[in-house]
Design a protein around this ligand. Structure first.
Ligand SMILES: Cc1cc2nc3c(=O)[nH]c(=O)nc-3n(C[C@H](O)[C@H](O)[C@H](O)COP(=O)(O)OP(=O)(O)OC[C@H]3O[C@@H](n4cnc5c(N)ncnc54)[C@H](O)[C@@H]3O)c2cc1C
Length: 478
């Protein structure tokens, strides 16, 4: 026995929430759409788990951060799904899929069939055991991927006030958790094999800034080595961490953030895979035309760079989900997904954004002894990536727009001299026509035709920007 739906979203994370909202905007009928998720709650903004959720005072709790509040859109509570006739199959893992028969088999033994499937099953946290270290199941060893993990992390943190935490991994999760632990007055040592934190994105100079900031908050860095084993007490709790370089760290708790692996196993041998994810085209459609993939699990063509990439960031999950739904519901009106990669993080009082690609030569700019600095990435004579810490809303918009325009950079020394001013100038420059050719891809720019249109436009835009800024400061950010 089973149920049949026109549209099924497999997975109930960030992409699922944004896809559901888009389906309702495009006029899905009651009873047509179903979401199947292993999690017991409706989709939420996952980034909140390593930020607001871990705060000691007034921590964020559901229903506060259900999707789609992260993009200033509606907050989709269970009631919202009910009112829109969206079937929720929560707390249910899909254990096999048959894309030829268009069916999914759940762990409870139900067969759910679809006409169109959107795969939004994200990724799972890599376990220490996959690197030959045992101890993941100790009660004070924490991972952070979902609400259950985050709730456990909070409980463990509260069980050892003023204690010692060892954070394994110097990436996103490690850095954000370390900051939250410090805010909770826990002593933190971070251990990672690389020469500096955020090794995949930060340059040594940028990483040094954050590491010094963390050190000023009491964080200890142990770099260039890895975990080799844990010490346990008689109750099976971890009491210490042994490192491959022979050193030892005391531990009342351990947080592991050593990377993720996309959840592709259900579809291996059925769909084409690439870059560790499910390969899709510019419509987010997989090698089976009835199956779409979005978010962390999808490897999609990034037009601006002319290659296929799999991203592990919330903005791409949100936008790929929306685009897939548009491609399904309005196939003639939706074009190819044209995405500019965007990542961000907020720790302590710091906040950075990155747009584009971290390829090529890096030109740093700004005041690294102050609060605002950044870097440009220049590849084959074009600006391809921009990083900015401590920017204003306008400055972040400028680096995003400049990176999207991919302007030529002839003189790196001049780029360094101009710094952020380069992005501000490029982003404001009126283009000779409303269509700019950027390395083979067309970018439509809005340009008022008459002067008074321009003036009115500027006034309206400024008012909207001022309101958005004021509103943004009032509401919590995820
Ligand atoms: C703690 C944390 C903080 C983050 N912070 C940031 C940040 O600051 N900035 C940023 O850009 N990105 C951040 N990210 C990354 C971002 O959250 C992800 O890129 C985003 O959640 C991906 O969305 P998704 O829908 O593809 O996958 P997910 O949100 O992971 O959702 C996948 C869903 O599928 C379900 N699922 C998986 N397998 C099955 C199955 N077999 N059957 C049923 N259901 C299944 C899962 O239970 C889950 O509900 C963070 C991630 C984490 C974990």
């Amino acid at each position: 026995m089973g149920r049949a739906f026109v549209y099924v979203i497999l997975g109930g994370g960030v992409a699922a929430g944004y896809a559901a909202l888009e389906f309702t905007k495009k006029g899905v009928s009651h009873g047509e759409l179903c979401i199947i998720s292993e999690e017991t709650v409706v989709p939420y903004e996952r980034p909140a788990l390593s930020k607001g959720f871990l705060l000691p005072e007034a921590p964020a709790r559901l229903p506060e951060f259900h999707t789609c509040v992260g993009a200033n859109e509606e907050r989709l509570t269970p009631k919202w799904y009910k009112e829109h006739g969206i079937e929720l199959v929560l707390g249910t893992r899909v254990k096999s899929a048959d894309v030829r028969r268009k069916t999914l088999l759940t762990a409870t033994g139900e067969t759910i069939s679809y006409r169109v499937l959107i795969i939004a099953i994200g990724a799972r946290a890599l376990k220490l055991e996959e690197f030959g270290v045992n101890g993941s199941d100790a009660e004070n060893v924490c991972y952070l991927r979902d609400l259950t993990d985050a709730t456990r992390l909070v409980n463990v943190m509260q069980s050892c006030p003023g204690g010692n935490a060892v954070v394994i991994g110097g990436g996103y999760i490690g850095m954000e958790c370390a900051a939250s632990l410090v805010i909770n007055k826990i002593n933190v040592a971070m251990v990672f094999p690389e020469a500096h934190c955020m090794a995949r994105l930060f340059t040594p100079k940028i990483a040094n800034y954050y590491e010094e900031f963390y050190k000023s908050k009491g964080v200890k860095f142990v770099k260039g080595t890895v975990l080799s084993s844990f010490d346990f007490n008689s109750e099976g709790k971890v009491t210490g961490v042994n490192l491959r370089d022979g050193s030892h760290l005391p531990a009342d708790m351990v947080v592991v953030g050593i990377g993720i692996r996309p959840n592709t196993s259900l579809f291996e041998g059925q769909l084409t895979l690439e870059k560790g994810g499910i390969k899709v085209n510019g419509r987010l459609q997989s090698s089976n035309s009835s199956v779409y993939a979005v978010g962390d699990v999808a490897a999609f063509p990034v037009k601006i760079f002319g290659d296929t990439r799999r991203l592990e960031h919330v903005d791409s999950a949100r936008k790929s989900a929306r685009h897939a739904v548009a491609a399904i519901m309005e196939p003639d009106e939706s074009g190819e997904f044209d995405y500019l990669p965007f990542f961000y993080s907020r720790v302590f009082t710091l906040s950075w954004q990155f747009y584009g690609d971290s390829a090529g030569e890096v030109i740093h700019f700004g005041d690294f002894s102050g609060t605002t600095f950044g870097a440009f990435c220049v590849s084959k004579g074009y600006l391809v990536g921009s990083f900015l810490e401590g920017g204003t809303k306008e400055e972040y918009e400028a680096i995003a727009k400049a990176t999207r325009l991919k302007p030529p950079v002839e003189d790196l020394a001049e780029l360094e001299r101009q710094g952020l001013g380069f992005a501000l100038t490029v982003s404001q420059k009126p283009s000779p026509s409303s269509v700019v050719e950027v390395n083979g891809s067309e970018l439509i720019l809005e340009r008022p035709l008459y002067a008074w249109h321009a003036t009115a436009g500027v006034i309206v835009a400024a008012s909207i920007a001022a309101f958005a800024y004021w509103y943004g400061r009032r509401r919590r950010r995820w």
